[in-house]
Design a protein around this ligand. Structure first.
Ligand SMILES: [Fe+2]
Length: 209
């Protein structure tokens, strides 16, 4: 394209990385998640009402790193990824004294068959994400919505086969052992789990406070 230039402005950055932990360590984490579920009566009750066909410790055990040394180890690895992601976003974290970017919540998600989590965002946080422990073959990824969508009035729809950059919804399906980070204002959902096996992950928020 001579004399022509296409600029990509205001990109939405998503960070995806494989962490160093092996299968055996992840199996231990899965066992811990199941043990927490077993003991967490409040969480099970809350999930029966708000998280059908699944269990989340979001309302009951949201400090995994303070309860378990393996989750503390996992947090340390996630902290490093968050730091790199924040660098990629070129956050200016130094000119506001007293504020730091730090993990504020860390919880379990176990989704049985047909469990889903409809579109939402994490409004009080800066960076959110998920680390994947069990991703059965027919379980979904994490589906993101174009954050500009409310401003699309007379804008034509995109072609079905449009490149990923021009799609209005993009689903990223991580493998077991990968972590996905996104800015907390970005709307996302998990479609219904079509697999009979449980999809197991842990999610977290980082606040700038
Ligand atoms: Fe979420």
């Amino acid at each position: 394209m001579k004399n022509k230039k296409l600029e990509l402005l205001f990109p939405t950055q998503i960070w995806r990385a494989r962490l160093k932990f092996d299968r055996a360590f992840r199996k231990d984490l899965i066992r811990e998640c199941q043990a927490f579920r077993e003991l967490d009566d409040h969480g099970k009750k809350w999930s029966a009402k708000h998280y059908l066909a699944g269990y989340t410790s979001y309302s009951s055990i949201a400090n995994l790193h303070e309860r378990s040394s393996s989750f503390l180890l996992l947090k340390t690895a996630i902290d490093r990824e968050v730091k790199m992601y924040a660098d990629s976003l070129e956050f200016d974290l130094k000119s506001h004294r007293g504020r730091t970017l730090r993990m504020s919540a860390f919880w379990i998600n176990i989704m049985g068959r047909f469990a889903h989590h409809s579109f939402h965002l994490h409004p009080l946080s800066a960076i959110s994400g998920t680390y994947y422990l069990a991703v059965p073959a027919k379980s979904p990824g994490l589906k993101f919505e174009d954050p500009r969508i409310a401003a699309f009035m007379g804008s034509p729809p995109r072609k079905t086969a449009a490149t990923r950059n021009n799609q209005q919804y993009v689903e990223i399906r991580c493998d077991e052992g990968e972590v996905l980070l996104f800015e907390s204002w970005l709307k996302h959902e998990v479609r219904a789990n079509a697999d009979g096996r449980e999809r197991i992950s842990v999610s977290f928020n980082y606040d700038w406070a």
